[in-house]
Design a protein around this ligand. Structure first.
Ligand code: FAD
Length: 317
């Protein structure tokens, strides 16, 4: 199967790609197929599938004590990647994260992917567990995405955790995340880009950005990365605003700004449908400008809903 980075090397046209979420536990894969089928008409070059780590829930048990349970709401990232690849003949990119994984478990997960013919991964640190304030690495795992990129790169050289094992090399193309508005924990943009570059030096071949609603932030970010000697493709991540609630939730979850004009337009809408129209129109404008600037790919975050992305894609691809 094709490595994602090859699409950007061999093609001057702006490509289309999407990110989807695994369905909530208990839902059928057919529901997911139905949701993403309309997007497949626009021939995405690849489909990213997010990874959702464990959560803690507390249930009251006898005597009023709280019982801590570990649950996983959206399992199945690897299975969904394999299923979508077979059904739609499209490249899939599972997200792999540091959080909750020992190095050994990561190695085994990578071996599974390799056996399935999935040669692309997006390597991420992952966020803190929902009920915790800070990210805590697994005691035998990685603290930063950089260490995860190094592990995948090692495996690409046939270097497994067991030093006595002479294994066959894998062939993963590694993507990483970048933040046009800075990662929320980084003390400044310079420091964030410093570690971004380290991940490239460790073997990552392209960057996908956090969503943004102001293209200037993306263009400035790319310019800063280029100044620091980062030469790999930097793929803009986009999402249409689809509700008034998102004016608050998107900045608080993703540490991004909503431009004043978009905020004003959305607030002046008379009903939820009008808000969706405004959000989709804004996203179309962003996409057109980015395409004109010849970005390698436009990557859309579905966040579980694909209808709105379909509307944008119809205008752009
Ligand atoms: P890192 O690269 O490890 O960076 C984290 C912070 O540490 C940054 O502030 C960085 O500047 C700093 N830093 C990096 N390396 C070092 C170092 N060696 N020493 C000191 N400081 C360092 N989360 C999920 O749980 N599942 C997903 O599927 C998922 N998909 C995502 C897809 C995209 C495109 C993006 C942009 C984010 C995604 N996330 C996902 C969220 C992501 O996991 C979080 O933003 C997380 O907080 C940081 O991940 P990272 O890979 O950028 O971390």
């Amino acid at each position: 199967m094709t490595k994602i980075c090859e699409y950007f090397q061999n093609n001057n046209e702006t490509q289309f790609s999407i990110e989807i979420l695994p369905p909530v536990k208990g839902q059928s894969i057919n529901d997911l197929y139905e949701k993403i089928s309309p997007l497949m008409e626009h021939k995405p070059k690849f489909v990213d599938v997010t990874y959702h780590r464990e959560e803690y829930v507390y249930k009251e048990c006898k005597g009023g004590l709280l019982d801590k349970k570990v649950i996983r709401k959206r399992p199945g990232t690897v299975g969904i990647c394999a299923a979508i690849m077979n059904k739609f003949q499209v490249e899939t990119v599972p997200h792999i994260i540091c959080g909750g994984f020992s190095k050994e478990e990561t190695e085994n997960a990578l071996i599974d992917l390799n056996f399935l013919g999935i040669n692309n991964v997006l390597a991420l640190r992952g966020d803190a567990i929902k009920s915790e304030q800070r990210f805590h690495p697994h005691p035998e795992g990685h603290a930063y995405a950089l260490d995860l990129v190094e592990q995948v790169s090692d495996l690409n050289k046939g270097k497994y955790l067991d030093e006595n094992l002479k294994g066959s090399p894998t062939n993963f193309c590694i993507g990483i995340a970048g933040y046009p508005e800075k990662h929320f924990e980084a003390p400044n943009m310079q420091s964030d880009i410093y570690y971004l570059k380290k991940k490239i030096e460790a073997g990552a071949s392209y960057i996908i950005t956090q969503m943004f609603f102001d293209n200037k932030k993306y263009f400035d970010f790319v310019a800063k990365c280029r100044d620091e000697g980062i030469t790999v493709p930097i793929i803009p991540g986009l999402k249409p605003l689809t509700s008034l609630k998102q004016l608050i939730t998107l900045p608080s979850f993703f540490y991004i700004d909503i431009p004043e004009d978009l905020h004003r337009e959305a607030m002046s809408c008379k009903n939820p449908d009008e808000v969706k129209e405004v959000g989709i129109k804004w996203c179309i404008q962003q996409s057109k400008e980015l395409k004109e600037a010849n970005v390698p790919c436009l990557h859309y975050y579905s966040m579980g809903r694909s209808t709105y992305i379909s509307k944008v894609a119809q205008e752009i691809f």
